[in-house]
Ligand binder design. Structure first.
Ligand code: SF4
Length: 372
């Protein structure tokens, strides 16, 4: 299949791996930022093709995983109201809050609907003028433009019964937070290809300079990831740190300016709490005051709920690349995709869920046993 098979070519993959092996002279720890990259790495066994000296750890780039428990509980409080139609992408329905998930609330009679675009909610709001239609606007910079467009159109068209519960998160502050941690082991990053499609990669340049760390914006197919690893290792071995773009067929330095302008019109940067990690300064978007009539947190006055992660779950450490799923005593035992304890087992893009999906709960992980 065009645009897929050419990025899964076995012969080319072998050549890149050989080159990585040839240039690697010492151990290096790299982090892939996106959940989609984690999924490809585990699915194709890319981490196991690499020389033992190169360790891949998995980053915080799964938007479902990092949506805070407090925000999930706020969503539940709103969704249970009889005057509300609560709309969400499907993968949020199984995310556990303090007591249950949205699917359970739906089975108890709450009007919870799966949508494929926030724009669909505007139609639902128009068709149900006696109801308040709320969209659960989560995700990284990638989904911010479509959520901003829904709010912008609602205001423009006077659709007063539409609002959004916003829990957007931003990648660069999370990378800074990982690098500032005393527990940090990451020496180079495979940057987030999809996020940079929207945002470009200019904002990663000060990070590379400040922390002296190479960041290679990388795609999602096996050859993309292998090439991203090769480019990162080349920099590390040469003692350099800059932003490079492995994914030029999709990403450029400036990104999508039209989308960025719309996002900036509707959202402003705020501190954001990440599930399993805690609060990171300036790491999220909230609605601007001009759009307050579409802000579900204001409309429904959902109070701040301080919810704790299960003590045994180490997903906060997994999301920061300090530990891997195998290091958790619950992995594949008490905690499975059917009964997830924590953030990284909740979504298919989470590292624990990816390891489980590809059978790694059935085996020991010799690579990580002595590095955790
Ligand atoms: S396996 Fe489950 S309990 Fe363990 S870190 Fe992952 S999500 Fe948390």
């Amino acid at each position: 299949m065009k645009y897929l098979d050419e990025y899964r070519d076995e012969e080319l993959a072998r050549k890149i791996v050989d080159e990585i092996r040839r240039i690697t002279t010492r151990p290096w720890v790299l982090m892939e930022v996106c959940g989609g990259q984690t999924h490809s790495i585990v699915k194709y066994g890319i981490d196991r093709l690499l020389p033992n000296a190169i360790e891949l750890v998995h980053g915080p780039g799964c938007p479902v995983c990092v949506t805070s428990l407090e925000m999930i509980d706020k969503a539940h409080a709103i969704a249970q109201r009889p005057d509300v139609i609560f709309c969400s992408f499907g993968d949020m329905l199984r995310v556990p809050g303090s007591e249950c998930d949205l699917l359970v609330l739906k089975s108890r009679g709450a009007d919870i609907r799966i949508v494929y675009s926030p724009i669909d909610c505007l139609k639902i709001a128009r068709a149900n003028p006696d109801k308040k239609v709320v969209f659960f606007a989560i995700g990284f910079e990638t989904t911010a433009p479509s959520n901003a467009m829904a709010v912008f159109q609602a205001k423009k068209q006077g659709i007063a019964n539409f609002s959004v519960l916003v829990s957007h998160v931003l990648v660069p502050p999370s990378i800074a937070s990982i690098l500032q941690s005393p527990l940090n082991r990451v020496q180079g990053f495979l940057g987030p290809g999809h996020v940079c499609t929207v945002m470009g990669y200019r904002e990663y340049e000060p990070l590379a300079e400040r922390f002296k760390v190479p960041i290679v914006i990388t795609g999602f197919e096996p050859l993309d990831i292998l090439e991203g690893v090769l480019m990162t290792i080349r920099q590390l071995e040469a003692g350099s740190w800059r932003v490079e773009n492995q994914y030029p067929r999709v990403v450029n330095r400036e990104g999508n300016r039209v989308a960025q302008d719309l996002v900036n019109k509707v959202f402003e940067v705020c501190d954001r709490k990440w599930r399993g990690v805690g609060s990171i300064p300036k790491s999220g978007y909230k609605l601007r005051y001009d759009f307050k009539e579409h802000d579900a947190e204001r409309i429904f006055e959902v109070k701040e709920i301080d919810t704790q992660e299960p003590a045994r779950c180490i997903s906060g450490l997994v999301l920061r690349g300090v530990k891997k799923p195998h290091d958790c005593a619950c992995f594949g035992k008490e905690c499975t995709p059917e009964h997830p304890f924590g953030a990284t087992m909740v979504s298919a893009e989470g590292a624990c869920a990816a390891y489980y999906a590809y059978g790694r709960h059935l085996e020991a992980n010799p690579q990580t046993a002595d590095v955790a």
